[in-house]
Design a protein around this ligand. Sequence first.
Ligand SMILES: [Zn+2]
Length: 474
Amino acid sequence: MQRLIIVFIVLFSVGAPAAQAQLPDGADAEVRLSPEESGNWRVEYTFAEPQSVLALVRSTGDYRELTWSVTSDNARFGRVAGIDVIALDEPARTVSFSIIPLTSTLVGEYTPFVTFADGSVAVHDGQFSVAPLDSLEAVEALEGDTSNIGAPALSMDVVLSSDTPIIVDGEVHQGKVRHRVDGDGTYIYLGNSEIEEFDSFTAVIDKRLPAWLRDRFDSDLEAIFSAYEQLWGFELEHKATVMLAYKGATADGFSVTGGALDQLLMMEMGGTALNAPDDDVLSYVHWFFAHEAAHLFQIDRGVGFASGAQSWIHEGAANTMAYSLIASMMEQDGAKRFLAGVYGRAFDECVTTLEAGPLATAAEREAFSAHYSCGDFIALATDGFLKQRNLYGFWNRLVSMAKGEPDEKVDEDTYFSTMQILGATKAQRNAVRALVEGRPDNARKTLTNLLEKAGLEPEFSAGGQLIALKWPDY
Ligand SMILES: [Zn+2]
C-alpha cells in the first residue's frame, strides 16, 4: 500500500510542473538583491516549492517593521509574537520586497548593511534566511524564539549583481555572485578595495581609514593573531578575513563595533578621536580586535554558542582574554593601569546589573553588557579555580566537550561539566552559578566572595573601587 502511494505522488508531481521548480545546486530558495534608484534595495525571493508562512530566522529587534515593505500583491509582512513573518495569501513560489537598507548597529544582531566611508557596502546575507512554518499559530507557539523552529532554515542562495568587484569568503567576483547562506551568514562586500594578504589573515580595509591607523594595522593585527596562536596552541584552520569599515569623523569621540561570523571579522569604527594618533584610543581598538579575534578561535572547530541568557560564557572569556593579551603588549605600569581601569569599570557595572536581577535575565532587562562585565569575572574565577590556571586550556577542553554534544553548542551544561572534569569542586561551581542564576541581596559581596574564593585577591580603594586583582599572567 505504501509503495502505491509513493508511485502516485511521484506521478502527481511530474504531472504538475508549475508547483515546483529546480533552483541551482538543489537550493530550497534563492533571494535576488539589487539596489534601486531610490536608495532602497529590491529583495525577491523564489522558492523551489510553494510556501505559505515563513519566519525570518534572525528576528532580533523590530527594525524590519520600519524598513521592509512587500511589493508583490500576494503577501503580508509583519511581526507576530516577536518574530518577523511573511504570510502568503495562497501558497506561492515568489514574494518580493522593497527594503530600506538598515546601516545602524543593532544590539545583539549583525548590522544588516555596513557602509564604508569610501562608498563600499557590505551586506549581511544571513538577514534574509527564512524557515517554513505551518501557520501563524505555529509562529505564536515559538514564543519569540526562532531556535524553537523544529525545521531547519531553507537552504538559500543570495544572488547579487554589482558594477564593482564583489568579495565573499575571501574570493573576488566580477559582475555577479551566487552565494549559499551558511549558518549565521557572512558579509558580501561590494566595492573597490582589494583583498590584502597577510600571514595570519586577509583584510578588506576602507580606503578612507585615517593613515596613522592604516599604516600600523597589519603589524598590530599580526601581533594579536600570532599571540593567540601561541596561547590557544593552534592556528585558525581557515585564514580569517577582517573587513574594516571607517564611519568618518562626524561624531565626537570614537566608536567601534563589530562582529565575528565564521572566519570573518566585521569592524566598524569612526569618530573625531581617530583623526590623530592617540595611545588610549589605540589600546581600545587593539582590545576590540583582540576580543573579536578570540571569538574566531572559540568557534574555529565548528562549535556554536548558546544564545541570549548564556552569552556570558563566550563574551566574558573573549573579554578577559583580550584584556590580558593587550596588557601583555604594554609596559608594566601601563598594563596595571589599563587592567585596573577596565576591571574596575566592569566590577561596578556587574554589581549594578545584579542588584536589579540575575545575570541569566540581564538580556531581557536590556542589560546585555552585563554578559561582558560579569562574564569577565566568571572567566577569571574559572581560571582561578583550575589546578592549572589556564583559561585557554579550559576553553580547548570546553570546545571538545561541546563537539561531543548533538547540538555542538558551548552552553552552561558543558561549561559546568568542563569545570568539574578539570577539578573545580562543587562549592566552586556553585559560586559561579550563584552569580549567574541568583539575585544576590548583596551583589557586591557575592562578586567579591567569588573573586576571593578563586584566589584573585581583590583590592579596593577607600571609596570601594576595585583597583587590583592577582591578574592572570599567561
Ligand atoms: Zn563578543
